[in-house]
Design a protein around this ligand. Structure first.
Ligand code: ATP
Ligand code: MG
Ligand code: MG
Length: 359
């Protein structure tokens, strides 16, 4: 079997490593930070900055294929790794998803709908963007944002100076605020043979910019489900993608609007661990190892709840509910906003009526 290298040792890397272990595949992790959650599940962990060429070389030469749980790996590190081993998903998916502006240009170029957007570099370009897009709007840094970090909401044009200030000099993009009825996401997978398999769309609730819950089934008509899956398939094929991709969508009366994509396993796909026979982590490992994709059919209705910060103190109560599958990431300390684990609560066999998602 292939030896898998994972760039990034967070909880996503940990759960990828667990899936690989179940398939009998050896995993090596590269992670700059100390005490990465994935280390416990990996054969070795290289702790070094992405600038350390010697360490990167050692890591890459010990594996057959390199994947990642983190899309913001510096380009220089990827350039070096690419001379040694294949990177899956490929460089194009990383290049596009590292920059919100590039990503939106790419998605609209595929004929998909995004919120109205414009590049913002300074007060003048923000003023011009607001003139075109209006308010309410959201200003987001083009690079490195996650969990709603690096974003500022503008209710009125007067909010422009404060919003610009919040970007701390970084290049940004202004987005029109989408008046959505729901947020959903599709976790799609594409194998090395070009076959595509998508999981059912889940309905997401965010709190303070951080994912709070994902509920299956989403409260959307069948036609919207089909549309969401077709959008994911279109992106996967256009990128000649190998692996799992997360696609976040807004449901609006005018159809689906793509919020963003993530070229990796995704928090809103954690429900698949207990809702499907083959979950997103196994699907990703199968794809990058060149194996056939598994069947991602959903067997259960599920609600995934993130355990953020102090939420993790409720563990004793959670495990008293025998329908709750607990997944903890092995992080030593909880901090506000830090993802400590998640719970998949089984609601019943698939096919039940959609429920109000967990708020
Ligand atoms: P992550 O990568 O962790 O999902 P992020 O920092 O990239 O998060 P976004 O997905 O861009 O952030 O935004 C976080 C949430 O803010 C969205 O899920 C949505 O609830 C809300 N939001 C973002 N952009 C818009 C928009 N244009 N209109 C309405 N709501 C938005
Ligand atoms: Mg994001
Ligand atoms: Mg998001």
């Amino acid at each position: 079997g292939a030896v898998i290298g994972i760039l990034g040792g967070g909880q996503l890397g940990r759960m990828l490593a667990m899936a690989a272990a179940r398939l009998g595949l050896e995993v090596h992790v590269f992670e700059p930070g100390a005490n990465p959650p994935a280390a416990a599940m990996a054969a070795t962990t290289v702790t070094a900055p992405y600038e350390d060429e010697e360490a990167l070389r050692r890591f890459a030469e010990g594996v057959d294929v390199v994947t990642y749980e983190f899309e913001n790996v510096p380009t220089s590190a990827l350039d070096l790794i690419e001379t040694l081993r294949p990177i899956r998903p490929g460089r194009e998916a990383l290049r596009i998803s590292q920059d919100r502006l590039t990503e939106k240009d790419y998605l609209t170029g595929l004929g998909l709908n995004c919120a109205p957007y414009a590049a913002v570099d300074d007060a003048a370009s923000l003023d011009a963007a607001l003139g075109r897009i209006g308010t309410p709007a959201i200003l987001k840094t083009r690079r490195m944002g996650y969990d709603g970090k690096g974003q500022a909401r503008l209710a009125h044009r007067d909010d422009a100076p404060a919003a610009l200030e919040a970007m701390q000099g970084q290049a940004a993009v202004l987005e029109g605020f989408v008046d959505f009825s729901a947020e959903i996401s599709v976790i799609g997978a594409r194998g090395a043979d070009g076959r595509v398999a998508c999981f059912d769309p889940g309905e997401n609730v965010h709190r303070g910019g951080i994912l709070h819950s994902t509920t299956l089934p989403a409260r959307i008509p069948r036609a919207v489900t089909a549309d969401a899956v077709l959008i994911a398939g279109r992106i996967l094929n256009a990128l000649d993608y190998v692996g799992v991709l997360g696609v976040e969508l807004f449901v609006t009366p005018g159809g689906l609007v793509v919020n963003e994509i993530a070229p990796r396993v995704h928090n809103s796909g954690h429900w698949t661990q207990d809702g499907c026979v083959i979950d997103q982590f196994e699907q990703h490992i199968r794809a990058v190892a060149g194996w056939p994709l598994g069947d991602g059919t959903r067997h259960s209705d599920v609600e995934m709840l993130n355990l953020i910060g102090d939420d993790v103190e409720d563990v004793a109560r959670i495990v008293e509910n025998s329908h709750c599958a607990l997944h903890l990431y092995g992080k030593a300390e909880s901090r506000p906003g830090r993802k400590m684990g998640h719970v998949n609560r089984i609601l019943g066999p698939a096919g039940g009526a959609p429920r109000e998602p967990g708020r």
